[in-house]
Write a protein that binds this ligand. Structure first.
Ligand SMILES: Cc1ncc(COP(=O)(O)O)c(C=O)c1O
Length: 284
């Protein structure tokens, strides 16, 4: 198999990525009318698949797109796509759009969802990023008010990510009216006085699968966890600042807008959570 042209799944067929095609009237293309999820695999084993599939099911429910598969079928399809990739650590991308129909905003009748699944190697942050932490910039959150849905219409997130890229930094940390929301594709965590805090599970953020996981890991290793609104001053004045996502895992943010966070190096809570995460992801 050509590793630059892996097998993907599209609407019932397994085909090389370069040959996968969707019609231009697919509502994913026309309206960004679709949802997605990204499941990590370590040593070819899915990490927290039930949680990812539950989140996908919720995104589908919230957008009124019928869930095309039961959990067993999703697991089988993900397994088959990932089996075609040589890398043993992977990110599997699953997308479901409302389907193909004549253009018109409201839901069309009798439309079949488009299902696409592809796998890519999971490349975790480099040793340098882990040891030194990373720089981030802040940006006003310009997204819609249903950030809890993992929708493919990601223009606000794309613009935030590009803001970070154009500043040569890893991530953009978003604030809405002075309150922390999240990164362009990460959840953000603040440490003060040994307590790990993150914004509440509400419509203003996507609840990462690592949200619940870090909460669990905190319980297991004795770190106090709080889910609460966090003001900008509490972010800039934090002892530590972290981000999490399937691809970044847990990563320390050591500067924000060029200002040092805490001592400017990854701190003890980061190290404890990083170690716990590494154990959890390889646990049998
Ligand atoms: C906007 C947003 N927030 C948070 C996350 C983190 O979610 P997870 O931990 O499931 O990767 C992501 C992941 O891509 C995201 O896009």
């Amino acid at each position: 198999m050509d590793i630059d042209d892996p097998l993907v799944y599209l609407n019932g067929e397994f085909t090389p990525l370069s040959q996968a095609r969707v019609p231009v009237l697919d509502r994913g293309f026309i309206f960004g009318d679709g949802v997605y999820d990204v499941v990590p695999l370590y040593g070819r084993r899915m990490f927290r698949p039930a949680q990812h599939l539950a989140r996908l099911a919720r995104s589908l429910r919230e957008t009124g797109i019928p869930n095309p598969h039961d959990e067993a079928t999703w697991l089988e399809l993900i397994g088959r796509v990932s089996a075609a990739l040589p890398a043993s650590d992977q990110l599997v991308y699953i997308q479901v759009t409302r389907g193909v129909a004549r253009r018109g905003h409201a839901f069309p009748a009798h439309v079949t969802p488009t299902v696409f699944i592809m796998a890519n190697p999971l490349v975790p942050p480099s040793r340098e990023m882990r040891e030194q932490g990373v720089a981030c910039v802040s940006i006003e959150d310009q997204r819609w008010l249903r950030c809890d849905i993992k929708a493919t219409s990601l223009l606000g997130n794309v613009l935030a990510a590009q803001h970070a890229a154009s500043h040569g930094v890893t991530e953009a940390v978003q604030f809405r009216d002075g309150w922390l929301t999240e990164g362009s594709s990460t959840n953000i965590w603040v440490v003060a006085d040994g307590v790990l805090m993150t914004p509440p599970r509400d419509n203003l953020i996507l609840e990462g699968i690592r949200y619940g996981l870090l909460e669990e890991l905190c319980g297991a290793i004795g770190i106090t966890f709080q889910s609460r609104r966090i003001a900008r001053e509490d972010v800039t004045g934090a002892d530590e600042l972290l981000m999490s996502s399937a691809s970044k895992e847990v990563l320390a943010i050591t500067t924000l807008d060029g200002q040092r966070i805490g001592n400017g190096v990854p701190g003890p809570i980061y190290h404890a959570l990083f170690d716990a995460y590494q154990q959890a992801k390889r646990a049998p």
